[in-house]
Design a protein around this ligand. Structure first.
Ligand SMILES: Cc1cc2nc3c(=O)[nH]c(=O)nc-3n(C[C@H](O)[C@H](O)[C@H](O)COP(=O)(O)OP(=O)(O)OC[C@H]3O[C@@H](n4cnc5c(N)ncnc54)[C@H](O)[C@@H]3O)c2cc1C
Ligand SMILES: *[C@@H]1O[C@H](CO)[C@@H](O)[C@H](O)[C@H]1NC(C)=O
Ligand SMILES: *[C@@H]1O[C@H](CO)[C@@H](O)[C@H](O)[C@H]1NC(C)=O
Ligand SMILES: *[C@@H]1O[C@H](CO)[C@@H](O)[C@H](O)[C@H]1NC(C)=O
Length: 610
């Protein structure tokens, strides 16, 4: 049975999302680059930053956002706005030498990964209004109920339980029900739970969430293969606090098939309805303190430096890599590190930049004879039809960013080789937290009957390896030093090998033999023993761009916590951090839904003083 949301279509914060903020709204919002004072200054106009800035500005407070990048609609055009291009965005290249894209990306390159064949990888991070939400691949789903219980436990506050966080999920996003007519794929129907989305005025948030209006035919076969090895469709979908089985996921795509980011949603709304000021192409270099209280931020626009001071608070939302960097160059972090760079210590917090958790993923590829998003986009004969479908009806391959994913705890047969330590680490995770996510993907075909190179991936969701972010100088213009710590904990290696074998089991399912063409393409059947599989994974696994927890929330600063449950930084006043860096641990699956909700929660905490 298909559930529907009905009247939720008309909304208070409904926005013209096709083009994002207009030139005139932007220009009138850009203040002269000179010292000024606001109630709040938000550093980083990314996913969390624009959410919190919009809510604070809506309350009538004076608010400025400082963002190093510009507007992606004009800086990069269709690469970042059209969903079908999300996977071919050049910023995704996870290799040391990559095509530079300074208008969208910070161009960060990691330290050599000792657990991953000493590779250095380019780790894309959005340098644009919208931040990660402007370059991500748009999957939107929430964590599990027990993940939130674990969070409440670590944060020492019950406001993080599922029930207590649900209002902030509701407030941030508006769901458009599936368009079955445009999907036009009767073998890819599903059910979902409309009660976990906003259903009425006036609280439906500006972020647009929807189901793809085009179904990738190859994905329908991956759904069959994953079901055959134990992952039946989850009848509620992945927004109700359960992550098990498979589902077509919701995506941050507007009803007219444009990327919905924090910029096209929250910022566009705030520019029209509040006095929010946006300092775009403006770099924050330091948080300023007087007697342990944050009083403002040093910034520079086009090389000219000035200060923005605050009457109330500074909110740091520069993301997993840059928020710890900004804290450290401002005097908050591990004392010995700061002293070695002659940075005066304002708060000695050993946890700043530590605890980095970065899920990795890898795939097994085989040829298939079904078309796919990749094969359609690569076929010159299809270009004009596809473009026309998109332009005239917001549908077709360009309107979709893939979207079939599945979750599981590995079955008993896959766990037999686990060491006692690995088994016990995994047993310590909450009962409803999946260990592996599977993602259906594709590359263009190679001919000889291979229409599509089917790409089935597995992500190791709960890394026990720990990485770090640190600084090499006191200057914000030197890139942060990033070590993801990939596969340095043997438990992650064991889980990865088990997940790899599940990928091969899915490919071997008789249910998809009718569309499979030829032998496995990657890594190929020469890779067989557990030892060979692990070597291959160390050489080929990449990030899924979900790094988090580098300013972990908690209760004990000596033990590594950086912020408390209100997101206030320990040891100072007037400063909060609100972004993926304050997650206490890697969330299962994709984090953006939770980052929006977290920003809504802290905005309310600031405004109500609770
Ligand atoms: C390629 C990619 C694909 C992803 N796919 C998905 C997905 O499908 N689903 C999902 O849920 N999640 C996905 N993610 C993860 C998700 O998008 C991020 O976790 C999330 O956007 C992080 O939000 P944030 O607020 O912590 O930081 P960001 O959104 O990164 O915001 C930080 C902002 O601060 C700015 N900034 C940093 N330093 C300074 C400074 N010194 N001065 C001024 N401004 C500064 C940055 O330019 C940026 O705009 C993906 C991420 C990437 C990169
Ligand atoms: C589902 O239908 C589509 C479109 O007709 C087709 O291309 C695809 O092969 C089908 N998938 C399965 C699993 O039957
Ligand atoms: C901010 O964006 C506007 C509109 O794109 C642009 O005209 C302006 O120059 C930008 N500001 C800076 C400092 O680059
Ligand atoms: C905080 O952590 C430190 C270091 O682990 C520990 O010694 C101390 O007892 C903890 N304090 C509290 C109140 O738990």
């Amino acid at each position: 049975m298909m559930l529907s949301i009905g009247a939720a279509a008309v909304l208070a914060l409904a926005l013209p999302v096709r083009s994002g903020p207009t030139e005139s709204t932007v220009l009138s919002s850009f203040p002269a680059p000179a010292s000024a004072s606001y109630d709040y200054v938000v550093v980083g106009g990314g996913t969390a930053g624009l959410t919190i800035a919009a809510r604070l500005a809506a309350s009538g407070s004076s608010v400025a956002v400082v963002e190093a990048g510009g507007f992606y609609e004009t800086d990069s055009s269709t690469i970042s706005t059209v969903p079908g291009y999300a996977f071919s965005n050049p910023v995704l290249a996870p290799v040391e030498f990559f095509p530079p894209f300074p208008l969208l990306d910070w161009e960060l390159v990691s330290q050599a990964q000792t657990g991953a064949a000493n590779r250095k990888v380019h780790y894309a991070a959005g340098k644009t209004l919208g931040g990660g939400s402007a370059i991500n691949t748009m999957a939107y789903h929430r964590a599990t109920k027990r993940t939130h219980l674990r969070w409440a436990d670590v944060a020492g506050h019950l406001s993080y339980t599922w029930d207590n966080m649900l209002p902030f999920f509701l407030k941030s996003a508006k769901l458009t029900p599936p368009d079955w007519l445009k999907r036009a794929t009767p073998n890819a129907t599903f059910t979902y739970d409309p009660t976990v989305f906003c259903t009425g005025l006036p609280i439906c948030g500006p972020l647009q969430v929807s189901y793809a209006k085009w179904v990738d035919p190859t994905n329908t076969w991956f759904s069959v293969a994953l079901e055959a090895i134990g992952m039946a469709q989850n009848l509620l979908g992945f927004n109700s606090g359960s992550l098990s089985g498979g589902a077509y996921t919701t995506e941050t795509i507007s009803p007219d098939a444009i990327r919905s980011s924090s910029e096209s949603s929250y910022l566009a709304w705030a520019l029209q309805n509040t006095q929010l000021k946006v300092y775009n192409r403006t770099l924050a270099s330091k948080i300023l303190f007087t007697s342990g209280k944050a009083t403002g931020v040093s910034v520079s626009t086009g090389g000219a430096g000035y200060a923005l001071t605050v009457a109330k608070e500074v909110i740091l939302s520069a993301g997993t890599f840059h928020s710890p960097q900004l804290l450290m160059v401002s005097g908050i972090g591990p004392q010995a590190k700061l002293q070695s760079l002659d940075i005066p210590v304002i708060s000695n917090l050993p946890g700043v930049g530590q605890n980095l958790q970065d899920p990795i993923f890898f795939s097994v590829q085989s040829g298939v004879k079904t078309p796919s998003l990749a094969s359609e986009l690569a076929d010159p004969a299809r270009q004009s039809t596809i473009q026309q479908q998109y332009d005239s009806s917001d549908a077709g391959p360009l309107s979709s960013a893939g979207g079939y994913i599945a979750f599981e705890k590995l079955p008993a047969a896959s766990r037999q080789a686990f060491s006692p330590r690995t088994a016990s680490l995994l047993a310590g995770l909450p009962a409803d937290v999946p260990e592996i996510e599977y993602l259906a993907g594709s590359f263009a075909g190679t001919g000889n009957g291979v229409t599509t190179v089917g790409d089935l991936s597995a992500a190791v969701l709960n890394p026990f390896s720990r990485g770090s972010v640190t600084i090499s100088s006191a200057s914000i213009t030197d890139a942060p030093v990033i070590d993801m710590g990939w596969l340095t904990d043997p438990a992650d290696a064991e889980v990865a090998v088990a997940a790899f074998k599940r990928l091969r089991q899915a490919w071997a399912a008789p249910a998809i033999s009718s569309v499979k063409v030829g032998p496995e393409i990657r890594p190929g059947l020469a890779v067989q023993s557990d030892a060979d599989i692990l070597v291959w994974i160390r050489e080929n696994a990449i990030q899924i761009w979900h790094a988090s927890a580098t300013n972990a929330m908690g209760t004990n600063a000596t033990a590594g916590a950086v912020v408390d449950w209100r997101a206030k930084v320990f040891g100072v006043s007037g400063l909060r951090v609100v972004d993926a860096s304050i997650l206490p641990f890697a969330l299962p699956g994709h984090p953006q839904a939770t980052i929006y909700a977290l920003a809504e929660k802290i905005a309310q905490s600031i405004l109500t003083g609770s």
